[in-house]
Design a protein. Structure first.
Length: 109
């Protein structure tokens, strides 16, 4: 089975003509896990800076980034439409969250 390795191009992720609806109440002939879904490439980053205020007190600045390079994450069961009767059958229809960042300040004593 040929897989479209670029889910952003608008083409079906797999060759949808290889699948057809089976008779109601009968099992299909496609094997379980006959293809793999779009992959995931994720990089998270954290920058920390500790500042000593006294011998027992300190302040920590944190900058955290999730999906740092903002790479589209087409991953999981809902990423590709698997409903054979849907107009979007075989299309990538869902992506995970884009880049998220957070800043934190932590005081320890």
């Amino acid at each position: 089975m040929q897989i479209n390795h670029n889910p952003r191009n608008g083409l079906p992720y797999f060759n949808t003509s290889l699948f057809s609806a089976n008779a109601l109440g009968t099992p299909g002939t496609a094997s379980r896990r006959s293809f793999y879904g779009p992959g995931m490439l994720n990089f998270d980053l954290a920058l920390l800076k500790d500042v000593r205020l006294s011998e027992s007190k300190s302040l920590q600045f944190r900058l955290e980034s999730f999906n740092t390079f903002n790479h589209a994450q087409f991953f999981g069961a809902a990423a590709v439409d698997g409903g054979i009767d849907d107009n979007l059958f075989g299309q990538v229809v869902h992506a995970a969250s884009p880049r998220l960042m957070q800043i934190a300040l932590k005081f320890t004593f």
